[in-house]
Design a binder for this molecule. Structure first.
Ligand code: KG4
Ligand code: ZN
Length: 341
């Protein structure tokens, strides 16, 4: 089965071609340069850029996979969650291609995409990464932070999630407070390498609360109040320490609940996914946790599968197609900015 996948839920215009769950091409046109002057994603700018880039990105994905539209069997598109007007561009394109070329269409949940990015095979059929069920996934990006109990592919239960900001969003906002660029996560990771992670006293929000939910807005506020009266010079002279302290507080908070969930659910595989999973310290902490409990851990093997991409949407699309879960009336498919898992 050949799948063309399209993803435009935020600020990356993405298309990929897969043969079953094997990636033949994975094209990502990042809009970071357009949004970074604004310190975050500007929906109108994202929409315009997606509209300009979607056709060339799809053409490149087909070309790299050495395939034509006629040979595609299924089109997979992100339905949500995400920025409504950004999602709309990918969905409109997917619908028009499906109708023009008489292809089947599957509508994919972006968060399921992040979770299954872990089992996407590269063009040589590797890695062979099986999930043993039940599994437990922690997916963390700029838009969501979710602990997911996975009974089987397609059967998910969100057992914990953020009640306010996503962890990546907290990193992005902290970076903005320090006068750094966007997205903040990777900049903070780099700066943190040279810093002390006990420089400020930051909370580990919700750690004393029994549920598996997260909260990051209090952490951000605490950080803000501790540095708000500092001069630009003082902040600049402590960037490494500030970054290391904030990053450690975010990662500790993420791992605390992940460990609690491992003890409750006794999973047979752990999965970590989403943009924040590109973070080296997060990956190390994940490996330590998995080692302690002797549970195999999957993390996307390459950075291009951590942050937003269409290959992960194609993998979900493949499994949906196997189950025959096609969009019944293509003309009527609508975006769902708040689509639940
Ligand atoms: O999954 P993603 O590309 O888009 C969303 O669905 O949001 O995730 C983007 C988020 C941003 O908040 C970004 O700061 C964060 O992932 N991120 C990182 C790293 N790379 C990206 N956070 C920490 N360390 C990184 N290396
Ligand atoms: Zn994402």
């Amino acid at each position: 089965m050949f799948i063309l996948a399209i993803e435009t839920s935020c600020d990356d215009t993405c298309a990929a071609v897969l043969k079953n769950d094997r990636i033949l091409s994975n094209v990502i046109s990042s809009q970071t340069d357009l949004h970074s002057p604004w310190g975050g994603v500007v929906p109108d700018i994202a929409k315009r850029a997606h509209a300009e880039r979607i056709e060339p990105v799809i053409a490149t994905a087909l070309k790299r996979a050495k395939i034509t539209m006629e040979a595609i069997d299924v089109i997979a598109v992100t339905q949500g969650p995400g920025l409504a007007i950004a999602l709309g561009v990918g969905i409109a394109k997917a619908k028009s291609l499906a109708l023009t070329y008489h292809k089947k269409l599957v509508a994919v949940n972006h968060i399921e995409g992040h979770l299954l990015s872990n089992i996407a095979k590269n063009s040589k059929g590797k890695p062979d990464r099986n999930i043993l069920f039940p599994a437990l996934g922690l997916t963390v990006s700029g838009g969501h932070t979710k602990l997911v109990y996975i009974e089987a592919v397609g059967k998910y239960k969100v057992v914990g999630e953020t009640l306010d900001d996503a962890a990546g969003e907290a990193l992005d906002k902290a970076a903005k407070m320090m006068g750094l660029g966007y997205p903040g996560g990777p900049i903070i990771e780099q700066l943190a390498r040279g810093g002390s992670d006990t420089f400020l006293n930051l909370p580990r929000p919700m750690s004393a609360i029994k549920t598996l939910d997260y909260s990051f807005s209090g952490l951000k506020t605490s950080f803000y109040y501790q540095i708000k009266d500092w001069s630009g010079e003082k902040i600049a002279s402590h960037l490494n320490d500030l970054a290391a302290t904030f990053q450690k507080a975010v990662l500790d908070t993420l791992l605390l609940k992940f460990e609690k969930a491992v003890e409750i659910y006794q999973p047979k595989t752990l999965l970590i996914a989403g943009g924040v999973a590109a973070n080296g310290e997060f990956r190390k902490a994940g490996r330590r946790l998995a080692g302690t409990y002797h549970i195999p851990l999957l993390m996307p093997a390459i950075k291009a599968l951590n942050t937003d991409n269409a290959a992960m949407i194609g993998v979900v699309g493949y499994y949906q197609a196997l189950r025959g879960e096609y969009v019944a009336k293509i003309e009527e498919l609508e975006r769902d900015a708040r689509l639940e898992l």
